[in-house]
Write a protein that binds this ligand. Structure first.
Ligand SMILES: NC(=O)c1ccc[n+]([C@@H]2O[C@H](COP(=O)([O-])OP(=O)(O)OC[C@H]3O[C@@H](n4cnc5c(N)ncnc54)[C@H](O)[C@@H]3O)[C@@H](O)[C@H]2O)c1
Length: 266
């Protein structure tokens, strides 16, 4: 945002903000004074979160993979707030985490559609109305950068999100719209906690593979998103920022607990 416009009440649209990282981001941006349009596929979650943020926020339920819904969400945001400064393309689903040989085309397509179509449709609708100084943040993942077995649909979807981030950053720099992504590792959302409890995710294995030896909290992703949409990131565009405790940087063929640290204070 240009200097001298700090008095303007800015508006943010966050998709999939009914839970997890999107919810934490909605809470963070609302605390910073943004008017927040809370999207979720589940209209009850969207309404509950919008209400929990306090007065001045709205629910814009809908499916990010639907062109009509995407355009309506942006129209409703403009109708309520008169402007749109920030878009966070956060809505997402898993692909079932099964071997590629067993993956079904419907599940594969729906995973791509929610992440890739959703990111494209919302970004296009938003960029048509966003003023100069606006920012878009997409949710990529370590799965969009590294080959994680059994994530064929999710990996393809997140790879698409990362590449759209770069393409749109290049195209829309001329419009004054910055486009970046965060690439989280494993984040302790209710969904991930459930998968750990069911034995579908091995929390100990993730900790062993992560130099920081823990999963992220949703607020730690929200904090980085808040930075990327802020004036402090005014020269950052086209970046895919890892927020993964060092997961993608780690290349040793042994457990991260075995890293030899000589002369450390702890
Ligand atoms: N949790 C992690 O470990 C992790 C890691 C890397 C990236 N991510 C990404 O971060 C984003 C948020 O993940 P999360 O863990 O908070 O998920 P979550 O399941 O806790 O929340 C996602 C929300 O998106 C909504 N949603 C699903 N499909 C939608 C659609 N078509 N339209 C609108 N809303 C829809 C869901 O109803 C849900 O409320 C996703 O894009 C995910 O791929 C998550």
């Amino acid at each position: 945002m240009a200097k001298g416009t700090d008095h303007i009440v800015k508006a943010a649209l966050i998709t999939g903000a009914g839970a997890g990282i999107g919810l934490a981001t909605a809470q963070r941006l609302a605390r910073e004074g943004f008017r927040v349009a809370v999207n979720d596929l589940d209209p009850i979650k969207a309404a509950d979160v919008a209400m929990s943020l306090g007065k001045g926020h709205i629910a814009v339920p809908g499916d990010v993979a639907s062109e009509n819904d995407a355009e309506q969400m942006v129209d409703e945001t403009i109708g309520a707030f008169g402007r749109l400064d920030v878009l966070v393309n956060n809505a997402g689903i898993g692909d079932g985490a099964i071997p590629a040989l067993e993956q079904q085309i419907d599940r594969f397509r729906r995973t791509l559609s929610v992440h890739a179509d959703g990111c494209f449709l919302l970004s296009r609708a938003a960029a048509r109305v966003m003023p100069r100084g606006s920012a878009i943040v997409n949710l990529s993942s370590i799965a969009g950068q590294m080959g994680i077995p059994n994530r064929i649909g999710y990996a393809a979807a997140k790879g698409a999100v990362s590449m759209m981030t770069r393409v749109l950053a290049c195209e829309w720099a001329a419009l004054g719209i910055r486009v970046n992504a965060v690439a989280p590792g494993y984040v302790r959302t209710a969904l991930v906690d459930g998968l750990i409890a069911d034995g579908q995710i091995d929390a100990k294995g993730i900790e062993a593979r992560t130099p920081m030896r823990r999963l992220a909290e949703p607020v730690e992703i929200a904090d980085v998103i808040a930075f990327l949409v802020s004036d402090q990131a005014s020269y950052v565009t086209g970046a895919i920022l890892p927020v993964d405790g060092g997961y993608a940087a780690f290349g040793a063929p042994f457990d991260s607990a075995e890293i030899d640290v000589v002369g450390g204070a702890g």
